[in-house]
Design a protein around this ligand. Structure first.
Ligand SMILES: [Zn+2]
Length: 99
């Protein structure tokens, strides 16, 4: 009886393996978003979009900004806002690449 229970438990444990939660985005090296427009102001990013003068890394993504003021505004913002700005920067980079 005890043995049957053990086998059942082992079978259950085998089925119940964790679904391999994906690692957080910031696990690897930071990736440059490559946005040409400052997500905060909508103005062109200062310097080369592939080597922005003012930059911030958020969730493994390097975002470029037009000026230190908007860089600071980004860094002081709550995560929910940063997520929006990151999304805007990514869309900008995609739109630029499609052109
Ligand atoms: Zn600015």
């Amino acid at each position: 009886m005890v043995r049957v229970l053990m086998v059942l438990l082992l079978a259950l444990a085998a089925c119940d393996r964790p679904a391999g939660a994906p690692p957080e985005a910031d696990a690897g090296p930071a990736a440059l978003v490559g946005n040409r427009t400052c997500p905060v102001s909508g103005e062109p990013v200062a310097g080369d979009p592939h080597n922005p003068t003012f930059r911030s890394t958020f969730r493994g993504q390097v975002i470029g900004f037009m000026c230190p003021m908007h860089l600071k505004e980004f860094e002081d913002a709550p995560d929910a806002k940063k997520v929006q700005w990151l999304e805007r920067a990514r869309q900008d980079a995609q739109a630029t690449r499609a052109r």
